[in-house]
Design a binder for this molecule. Structure first.
Ligand code: RI2
Length: 305
């Protein structure tokens, strides 16, 4: 689907991010970078003020689509930083270049994280993963391709059941994988050697925002002394949390859980992320190396303004 991004308008990309047709924090970030490029390329006017206004509109539209994934505003900031908007053609070229650089860097980061994360897994390991993280799967795949006979237990991940994507992907690779419901995590935890998950955002104190249920998985792992590893590129770290901002937890339509008309008078809540305390995370694997959650602040300090 990633190849298709070039042929979509920025509004189409925003719609697909909002509907979760485009999903996963890394893919969302690359899609936002593509949307900015497509907006710049298709803008058909020489008025630089109009161009800036249009790019600001697209930026705000994209940011509004998924409020919890900081990868999205970070991708946008990367693409638009240093663009002076003095001349349309010049700004267009710079936006195009920065968009392409972001996408390339994102893929490179994913490869490094797969390697660093894959090397930490050992022959015979059983890994539990929650939801569908391209980064966590990359690390699992690296270990498998290195000849390690690992196996995976994957949660269903309600409400949207992204776990189905995970088990299909792993199964197609030939990796032994079991599917469980989210409430079976504690039951199976004694069989697990590692929890490998992704992240939508990482706060300056090392807390990780990821798919709803992640904090329960991490608590169960902590109780059984199973290490929890988060695979995430540095553009998922939130600079705003350094200045006291909290990461907003996205609540989506209740109809993703049940048909609300079947439950008259009942309030149905659908938060799709939760925060896992840094106390329950053993390592965060970034493209810059493996860090402890307490070093999250240093990663943010080094981020490009
Ligand atoms: P990668 C997903 O969010 C999941 O929470 C997943 O763990 C996270 O993004 C990171 O995914 P959603 O878009 O970037 O399914 O590792 O709500 O692919």
């Amino acid at each position: 689907m990633e190849e298709e991004l070039n042929s979509l308008s920025p509004h189409e990309i925003a719609e697909r991010i909002e509907s979760m047709e485009i999903r996963g924090a890394a893919f969302i970030a690359r899609a936002a970078a593509s949307a900015l490029k497509n907006a710049a390329v298709s803008f058909d006017d020489e008025d630089v003020d109009e161009f800036k206004k249009y790019m600001d509109e697209i930026k705000d539209l994209l940011i509004s689509t998924r409020p919890s994934a900081v990868s999205l505003p970070n991708a946008i900031r990367y693409v638009l930083s240093g663009i002076d908007f003095e001349d349309v053609e010049n700004a267009r070229e710079k936006i195009t270049k920065r968009s392409e650089d972001f996408i390339m860097n994102s893929h490179d980061a994913g490869k490094k994280i797969a390697e660093y994360g894959g090397k930490r897994l050992e022959d015979g390991d059983v890994i539990l993963t929650h939801c569908n993280s391209s980064l966590a799967i990359g690390a699992i795949r690296y270990a498998w391709d290195s000849g390690k006979k690992i196996s995976v237990i994957a949660t269903e991940s309600r409400p949207k059941r992204q776990g189905y994507i995970t088990v299909r992907e792993l199964s197609e690779l030939g990796i032994p994988v079991s599917l469980i419901v989210d409430s079976a995590v504690r039951y199976f935890m004694t069989e697990i050697d590692h929890v490998y998950i992704g992240a939508d955002s990482i706060a300056s104190n090392g807390a990780v925002i990821n798919k709803i249920g992640t904090s329960q998985v991490a608590l169960c792992a902590h109780e059984s002394r199973v290490p929890v590893t988060v695979c995430a590129e540095t553009y998922k770290f939130s600079r705003a949390t350094t200045f006291g901002d909290l990461i907003q937890i996205e609540e989506r339509d209740p109809s993703e859980i049940v048909e609300p008309d079947d439950f008259p008078g009942v309030t149905i809540r659908n938060p799709v992320f939760d925060a896992t305390s840094e106390k329950y995370i053993d390592a965060i694997i970034t493209e810059k190396g493996v860090i402890s959650p307490s070093s999250a602040y240093m990663i943010i300090e080094e981020m490009e303004e």
